[in-house]
Ligand binder design. Structure first.
Ligand SMILES: [Fe+2]
Ligand SMILES: [Fe+2]
Length: 335
């Protein structure tokens, strides 16, 4: 997924360039951004651009690996072998997305250990959507349809992000996210078309619970998004939170009709003047509460990540010991 939290975090002031050389480097950097060019890891970049990217890419990476947890919860209980194989592949993809993204963040000079430490200490954010529970099998389908669907809307513009290592990672990730969205929609279609009334009710219940948190994935409204303007200027962000959210609503309403479910918003209606769907107000208090750590599953998710890190300590130690032995063997003895 899952880039929503990118707009959150302490406001930092762009640092004024200190002397003429730096000013010239900044001028060239700005000119390249204005030309639609890309910045590579070895290129000069302003500190604030680097920090913004480290924060955004690491939040994105954390979201991918925390995002493995709600669905991983259903691997042993998938209804058929086919669904189990698909879900296993999907959850594994999310782990892979996390790894590409940690690698992209490391190119900016922050180590993976530092990034993970910030997550484990509760200093780093991840997408609030993964702090909601997966109560039934229908939740797995709805996550694919709505959560991965929202992720695609957020992430496709990132394939043109000005920081090239991030943009390259996103191209591959987006291809996999579109498979995730389709598998979720397909699982729901099967339940709605071939299932029992109880199964159809289960799908509707899951849609009712996930709809509003999915809309929150696009981040705060443009009017109160602290980092958006600077990120747009730098070509990190290409489309605003509100525009992406609108795009998602417009596409999803039609998919809901085909599926035969209703969306839990009495104010949802086509607006001919705007050529878009209108929708009701989002509960931003809930969003801020969940982001601040007080959602239904925040503590459980963080505890699961910390436990996985601690349980894996012996694997990291063994890999390092093996690498040290291999290096010692390949070092020619001094004459
Ligand atoms: Fe992903
Ligand atoms: Fe995904």
């Amino acid at each position: 997924m899952y880039t929503q939290a990118m707009d959150l975090g302490p406001q930092e002031n762009a640092q004024a360039p200190r002397h003429a050389v730096e000013q010239e480097l900044l001028r060239r950097f700005d000119a390249r951004i204005d030309d639609g060019g890309f910045i590579e890891a070895k290129d000069w970049m302003p500190d604030h651009y680097r920090k913004t990217l480290v924060r955004q890419i690491s939040q994105h990476a954390h979201s991918e690996i925390v995002g493995m947890l709600p669905e991983g919860n259903w691997i042993t209980r998938a209804p058929t072998l086919k669904r189990k194989a698909i879900l296993l592949a999907k959850v594994q993809d999310e782990g892979g997305h996390g790894l590409y993204l940690y690698a992209a963040a490391e190119t900016l000079g922050t180590s993976r250990d530092e990034l993970l430490d910030a997550l484990h200490q509760g200093r780093a954010k991840y997408s609030s959507i993964f702090n909601y529970p997966t109560l039934t099998w229908a939740d797995v389908g709805v996550i694919g349809w709505l959560v991965d669907g929202a992720a695609i809307m957020n992430q496709v513009p990132l394939c043109r992000c000005s920081y090239a290592p991030y943009a390259r990672a996103m191209i591959r990730i987006c291809r996999e996210e579109s498979f995730h969205q389709r598998q979720g929609y397909d699982a729901l279609l099967t339940m709605m078309r071939d299932g029992t009334q109880r199964q159809r009710d289960m799908v509707q219940d899951a849609v009712n619970r996930w709809w509003w948190p999915s809309l929150m994935m696009f981040g705060p409204p443009d009017s109160s998004s602290t980092h958006s303007a600077q990120s747009m200027r730098w070509g990190i962000k290409r489309i605003s939170n509100d525009d992406l959210r609108q795009k998602f609503v417009d596409a999803t309403v039609e998919q809901a009709k085909l599926l035969g479910v209703s969306l839990p918003d009495p104010q949802l209606a086509w607006n001919e003047q705007r050529n878009h769907y209108d929708f009701g107000p989002i509960d931003w208090d809930e969003f801020h509460r969940v982001i601040a750590g007080d959602g239904p599953c925040n503590r459980e998710r963080l505890a699961a990540r910390v436990k996985a890190w601690e349980d894996g300590a012996w694997v990291r130690a063994a890999a390092q010991a093996h690498a040290a032995k291999a290096a010692a063997r390949s070092t020619p003895l001094a004459a």
